[in-house]
Each structure stands twice: as structure tokens, then as C-alpha cells.
Design a protein around this ligand. Sequence first.
Ligand code: CTP
Length: 401
Amino acid sequence: MELADKTILLGLTGGIACYKVAELTRLLIKAGATVQVAMTEAATQFITPVTMQALSGRPVFTSQWDARIANNMPHIDLSREADLIVIAPASTDFLAKLAHGQCDDLLSTLCVARDCPLVAAPAMNRQMWANPATQRNVAQLRADGITLLGPDSGDQACGEIGDGRMLEPEALLEAIIAFFQPKLLAGRHVTITAGPTFEPIDPVRGLTNLSSGKMGFAMARAAAAAGASVHLIAGPTALPTPYGVLRSDVQTAQQMYEAALASAAGADLFIAVAAVADWRVAQVHVSKIKKQDGHDVPHLDFVQNPDILAAVAQRPQAPFCVGFAAESDNLEAHGEQKRRKKGVPLLIGNLGPATFGRDDNEVILFDAHGHTRLPRADKQMLANTLIREIAQRLDAAPRQA
Ligand code: CTP
């Protein structure tokens, strides 16, 4: 319920992407928002007000002469109730109107009359997006403090391929949630490792662990929402990339080590959430190891993988380093011990079996002042809290020489 207590004025303008906004409405409501829909005349050609009313649970407004508002001033009342106006899809024509402050229908008028922020998700053909007039309008909108979400690139409804697709509803939801987060990490570069690693034995077998990557991805999402530029280095997981995050996929601990050291060299903050395999097979078999009836089972030799977190923490001018510890028992004792061993200012401890694969988690923070227990919470909420805790310590920490 990351949007509990928030009222979103969702404005639809004419474009085929209107069909995606039905789903966006559901996602916003699920996240706890109150959604008030307003539509242009053109938008009603693509999706009906009936659909949008049924999904939002509130009457939809399309006309500035709508007498359902007692004082007959829907452009004032609707914009005053909103914490944020979201225009999705935002057509070429509507961006042009916004850039020039034109108001010739309810939606454009309430945008000009607003006293809250406005974000717009452009959706149009690639040539319309690339048109110099559109780009001029976009530059003006940015200069006016309007945030543009997207557009995305890819297949377009018209059959062409290029820039101009509206962001998918899930990405828009993330961007809207992020919009409300305090920008505690603005200007910071953050490197995060997440997920399990996979150590091959032969071309079809390998060693891995039960980490789902959810906590690391939630940390990446929270850091990006807090304004950081985030590089997420992920082991094998099918999770979608959080909005606005740069992702590199790796498989083995050695690959994660190389990617993390290169990325962390320019970072202010390094958060190691990955469950890195401690050992790898010394000799990976080139061909599949065959079963041989009546013979011994294969014998595997292991070598230890590099400790990524400790290596980053030991670098000159190391970023502020945060570790996660997955223990199976006695978390309080092991957590502080591990923090010291890794040489990091903050370590977040959790019990592996009680968190792997789950959507919630319970952690203890270990730092030089002792330890603090945080209550069990949904992983995303917990990640938001952890990013606040980390940002405070990062602001207070001198950069290491
Ligand atoms: N870590 C790492 N590289 C490794 C092993 C661990 O960067 N090769 C990081 C993890 O991402 C985590 C922290 O170190 O932030 C602690 O990981 P954990 O698996 O709990 O501890 P280990 O160092 O592997 O110690 P042990 O398995 O003995 O508990």
C-alpha cells in the first residue's frame, strides 16, 4: 500500500495506449491510491468512461461544464483534491497544449489551474515524438518542472518500431511511487549485488542457492526511488528490472566480483545483497559427467570464491559499504562478528531460511554503535526503510581515503 493516502488525478488523452491505463488504474488502486479519472473527448474514442469509472470506483469527468460539482468549477475542485496529476497516455497534441498553457477542455484547464505536481507519460508514433515541434514542447515542459515518464522504445501499434511507446503500467506505477519518495540519495551512485550465483559443474549442472533476489531488487528499486543512479548486478533470477535501474546479469561469483569491483570503483555506496556461492568447482567439466554403473560417484574438488564485499571495502577510496548476512541461527552474535570481519560500517542481518523466497523479511542492523531490530515487513517497505537508514549514515560518513 505504497500510495495509501494519495489522490491521483489520472488524465487520459487520445491514443491507443488508453487500453493500458485500465491496468494502471487497477495497479494504483491496489497500491492504496484514490484515483480520480478525467478524460479528453479524444480519449473517450479509445476507452469508455464506463470502463474507467468501474475500475476507479468514482465518476469520471470529461467536460468543463459538468454540473455534478456543486460550484460548477470542476477544473478547480478536481485539481485541488489531487496530490499528483498523471497524464497517461499523453498525446502529441496534449503535450503541445501543456507546453503553451492552453485550456480548451476540462483536462487541459485543470492542468493549468493545478497546485500540485504533474507527470506525463507520452505515447505516440516515433515520427511524432521525433518531430522538432514535439521535442521543443518536451524541452519546455521539463523547464516548467513537468516530469516526463518515458516514452519507451519498441514495437508501436502502427507497426513501426522506435521511440514513443507508453511505458508499461507496472513501470508507470513504480515511477509514480518513486515520485513521492524523498530524494535522500540524489546525486549518489550506488552499486548493488543481488540474487544467487550459479557455479557450473559441467554444461548442464551447477551449484546455486535459494536466494530469490527479491531483497536486492527491492533495495535497487528503493535506492532509485530515492534519487540515486543505481547499477544492479544480478545473479540468475527472472525478476523484472526496477524502473530507472541499470542492470547487468552475471552467473558466477567470479563474474559478479569483476562486475562489482569495476562498478563500485566509481560509486558512493555499495550494497552487497547477493547470496554469493562460497565455493566453486575447481575444474568445470567440458562435457556432461556421465553416470557409470558399478563405478564410484564423481569426486569434485572445490576452491573458495573471492569475497566481493570485503574486497570492495578494502579498496582505497572505498564507497560506503553495506553487507547483508544470511545466518541460520544466533543472528545477534554472528551479525556483529561478520560486520567486523568484512570491515564494513553497516551490516544487515537476517535469518536465511526465514527470508529466502518470501515477500517479507525481518532484519537486525549492526553498526559501530550496536544493533537495532526492525519489525517484520514486506520486502519493499523494508527496503525503503533500510535506504533511509543507509542514507543517514552515508551523509554522516567521511569518504574513506
Ligand atoms: N558476500 C560477498 N562475496 C562472497 C560472500 C559473501 O560479497 N563471496 C557478501 C554478501 O553479499 C553479503 C555478505 O557478504 O552481503 C555476507 O554474506 P554471507 O553469505 O552471509 O556470509 P559469508 O561471508 O559467505 O560467510 P559464511 O558463509 O561463513 O556465513
